[in-house]
Design a protein around this ligand. Sequence first.
Ligand code: NAP
Length: 283
Amino acid sequence: MPALKTVTLPDGSQMPALGMGSWHLAAGRRPLAEEQAALNLGLSLGMRLIDTAEMYSNGASEQLVARVIADKRQEVFVVSKISPQNALSERSIRHSCERSLRNLNTHYMDMYLLHWPAGVKDLQTVVATFEALKQEGKIRHWGVSNFNVKDMQRLYSLENGKNCATNQVRYSLSDRSIETLKLPEWSEQNRMPLMAYSPLGSGGSLLGNPLLAEVAKKHQSTPAAIAIAWTIRNGWTISIPESGNINHIKDNASAAAIALDQDDLNKLDAAFPARYISHWSGA
Ligand SMILES: NC(=O)c1ccc[n+]([C@@H]2O[C@H](COP(=O)([O-])OP(=O)(O)OC[C@H]3O[C@@H](n4cnc5c(N)ncnc54)[C@H](OP(=O)(O)O)[C@@H]3O)[C@@H](O)[C@H]2O)c1
């Protein structure tokens, strides 16, 4: 199983730069076998990371991931997330972690994220419990999601808060809000990789943009592959496009091999300027 590109985590270990999301999978939109085949194909094409969460389809997304990783656990980087309402005490965090492990039918997660900050009263307890789960081998790394710079500064002020391995945030050509909030600068300065979610604009109008089609034509590629390649252009961002369609999966996997040049980047900057679009935290 090829790993086309990786990102270095703060502890020096490697994480695949391109993976697959699963928010809308196992939700009855397609036969499960079709989505399972799509995820399997993505893995075989080098997208060796699958992102899920306890809240996606009430655990059914994690159960779908279990079927996909069953015969190749060690080759897949599995990310899941705990919802803030379950992150209120050590006991409830441990309960959620055990349930996710059961759903995923594995004894460890490669990355365990706090899904968003709102509603978490005692972040120190979350960090301390994540650290304990790491020591016990139930999770390999932990991180956060939907944290802005202020949230990250608060995290860094806590004991072991700097052991955070990543921050998963909404980031695409059509939503560059995190740039206006100076999150990429802070993250780069603090060597904190970002995971870009909704890199294709989450089913919006992004992929129909004519400029994207023009850049895609130059690279003999597709708008989706260019949009994904843009999110992983800097070597320290991970991208997790979602698809349950095998043709789209092929397309998405091809993004890892695309190197956008300065002319492409300038054109994309002009067509998709960084501006604050919406409140991105807590999505
Ligand atoms: N941490 C958080 O708060 C958070 C929030 C949102 C999402 N996420 C994670 O990020 C993942 C991705 O985000 P997302 O699902 O919002 O949006 P996305 O990946 O930007 O877009 C997914 C949509 O694009 C379509 N698509 C995928 N590949 C395509 C291609 N090559 N050509 C044309 N259309 C294509 C998919 O349909 P088909 O299935 O038909 O291909 C689907 O409708 C989620 O699954 C989830 O794991 C995390």
